[in-house]
Design a protein around this ligand. Structure first.
Ligand code: NDP
Length: 430
């Protein structure tokens, strides 16, 4: 390992030895400071996001507002990590929730601030310190977050942004100072990080891709489902892990839904992402645009029909597309990370459920129906970390967020996230 990296890890470890002794309520005060900085400078940070990965600027502002709300939530959260005393036959019988140490975050480009802040805040509040390897195209976001954590009063070494290669990430996970790793990213990166973490017996949290179902039953409010569906698919230029990607529609309302959905779709046309009114920006990288185009062609070659053609506008933008699919199409098993929807026609709820669960992903499915029992049937049987009823699924800081199957494991957000990188220590005595 390069000397600079060795020194950085040592600095983080030294910072951790002091940080672990700071009371929970004291740490919370720093998050109030961070909340204020994020609110005060949201335009500046939003501009960095849009410059780095082409998200429409209004959505970048919302991302920063969501980060600020997260800081506020944890700044005022109950301390669930305080020592627990239990009644047993022992005189002393306690559980101490101890932080693990220096935790590595490997974060993606699709929500450059949100993904990193979502990982860092509860991890640091639990008494850990973090090092961040951000996506290569988001280094300015990484540097800026370190700067604002320090401005908020966090001592140096509590939040450290690092420019490192994939090989160095592997070396870091193997290093004794790193006690755990959290990755948000692709399935391929997840397998690699989990393999290295497993080999080195390190705790690992994975938030990977998704191909969520968006089920519309025949008793649903079709206009609302169509409007929400277009937003779910096209927000963040279609590059959201948790988003409706497979639209599963009852045959009785299929035609009506498709007409309304494509009408809504037309409202999203690629524009300059810096314009406040823009709803669809550009893809984050050329290779990601090229991958989407290849998947589109492969779907067509395997019998999919283009209800709305996916049209390239330059090398990084698309007029969004809609594909009518049959479940056997190999692309139905892939994640489409861009402005391209798949639509399936089904005869009944059982078929809808079967297609919805016929994927290796499982993040945040959605179902639209006016019948409560039907909603419950889907909520209980969909294989995903979350289910939304009659609304788009959106992560919410108050509620746990995580995947099933190849979408990963471990929990982010809510009070649950506070315990992800802690370990309970049992103390008994007479
Ligand atoms: P990656 O998973 O490759 O990138 C995410 C992060 O992981 C980046 O910081 C990246 O670094 C890092 N990384 C990737 N591979 C390794 C490795 N072997 N060792 C260490 N670090 C690694 O995503 P891509 O940018 O390539 O996007 C490809 C696909 O991933 C998308 O099309 C989408 O399907 C999925 N994805 C899902 C996301 C989600 O929110 N769950 C977010 C982003 C992507 P670097 O940038 O330097 O390569």
């Amino acid at each position: 390992m390069e000397q600079f990296l060795q020194n950085t890890l040592q600095n983080s470890q030294d910072a951790f030895q002091k940080w672990r002794k700071i009371p929970f309520e004291e740490i919370q005060k720093y998050f109030t400071q961070l909340f204020e900085i994020l609110n005060d400078r949201k335009q500046e940070f939003a501009t960095i996001i849009t410059q780095e990965m082409n998200k429409p600027i209004a959505q970048s502002v919302s991302e920063i507002e969501k980060c600020a709300a997260l800081c506020d939530y944890y700044a005022t959260a109950e301390n669930i990590l305080k020592t627990e005393q239990l009644e047993t036959e022992f005189q002393i019988s306690e559980i101490h929730h101890e932080p693990l140490g220096v935790i590595l975050g490997v974060m993606p480009w699709n929500f450059p601030f949100w993904q990193a802040i979502r990982f860092a805040v509860p991890t640091i509040l639990a008494g850990n310190v973090i090092v961040l390897k951000h996506a290569s195209i988001c280094e300015k976001s990484g540097e800026t977050m370190q700067e604002i954590f320090e401005k908020a009063g966090f001592p140096k070494g509590v939040f450290t942004f690092l420019k490192v290669s994939h090989t160095e990430v592997e070396e870091m996970i193997a290093h004794p100072i790193i006690s755990g790793v959290s990755l948000t990213g692709s399935e391929a990166a997840g397998r690699k990080i989990a393999e290295t973490a497993g080999k080195n017996l390190k705790k690992c949290v994975l938030e990977l891709g998704g191909s969520d179902a968006f089920i519309v039953c025949e008793d649903a409010d079709v206009s609302k489902a169509a409007k929400d569906g277009a937003q779910a698919r096209l927000q963040n230029n279609g590059q959201t892990c948790v988003a409706g990607k497979r639209f599963i529609i009852h045959e009785k309302i299929y035609q009506d839904f498709v007409e309304k959905f494509t009408e809504e779709y037309k409202k999203y046309q690629p524009e300059n992402p810096m314009n406040k009114e823009t709803k669809l920006g550009l893809m984050a990288r050329e290779d990601l645009a090229s991958d989407l185009e290849k998947q589109y062609q492969k779907a067509l070659n395997n019998g999919a029909k283009a209800i709305v053609a996916l049209e390239s506008v330059g090398s990084m933008a698309f007029k969004p597309g809609v594909l009518e699919m049959n479940p056997e199409n190999p692309i139905a098993q892939e994640e489409l990370f861009g402005p391209l929807a798949m639509v399936f026609k089904v005869k009944n709820d059982e078929e809808a459920l079967q297609i919805a669960n016929n994927t290796m992903f499982g993040l945040g499915n959605a179902v639209f129906t006016s019948n409560k029992e039907r909603a419950l049937f889907f909520a209980e049987n969909l294989e995903s970390g979350s289910v939304a009823i009659n609304q788009i699924f959106r992560s919410d800081v108050r509620l746990p967020f995580g995947g099933r199957k190849n979408s990963g494991y471990g929990v982010e957000l809510s009070m649950y996230a506070l315990k992800e990188f802690t370990a309970p220590k049992t103390i008994i005595g007479k």
